[in-house]
Design a protein around this ligand. Sequence first.
Ligand code: MLT
Length: 256
Amino acid sequence: MPALHYVRKGSGYPVVLIHGFPFSHTMWEPQIEMLSKDYDVIAPDLPGFGGSPVVNPITIAEMADQVAELLSSLEIRKCIIVGFSMGGYVSFELLQRHSELAGGLVLADTKAGNDTEEGKAGRRKLAEAVIANGSGAASEAMLGKLLAPNASTVKPELVQQVDRMIREASPEAIAAASLAMAERADMTSSLGDIRIPVLVLVGSEDGITPPDGAKQMASAISEASVKVIDQAGHLANLEQPQAFTEALLEWLKKYV
Ligand code: MLT
């Protein structure tokens, strides 16, 4: 499989930021700036997104293998993995398939369960819509759910930025990732096997992976803490970059 594109900034213990759907490493810009003062930050583009070539079809497990391959090529043997939403699904696969890599895990606005039949059908519909009508179809379907309900009033420029980010993504990559998410494994029963420190971060108004589900996920993990980011929806890291990154840094400093 072709190598992933990535950005790398800073030095220290490696922290790997895995982006959500349908974004790229650019969704991590505020975190890359702040974390790289103390850490070696690596932010890959998952297949087809940002600068990485499309792999179609693809599975979430194959995405994880590609991240592991990238880390191996960078001679990174242990790191903190930070997975946002779809990046969280990839992180669970990394833990299953390349457990030696993970010194700690941050699950941001994500969940361990897989999709209902209705959810899977929605993923297939979205894949068809972007191939027929372009990436704008993904923005039309998703934009209203990604940020807190009052975002268009209080953060109109962020709404525009997120819209742009989705429209810039390749339709083929969106379709492939959407179908990959539909087929992802249910990781709920393996949460109890996680033996590394975990931080669960979630926006207080995240309607895609809500706080109640995030707390339930954390309670199934032996060493997990939860931090709810106020006044943030699903894209908590972009809506409240300072609070999100400070919570992440505070947790990181306890371990590395
Ligand atoms: C994401 O932010 O990566 C997506 O909302 C994940 C999903 O659709 O399940």
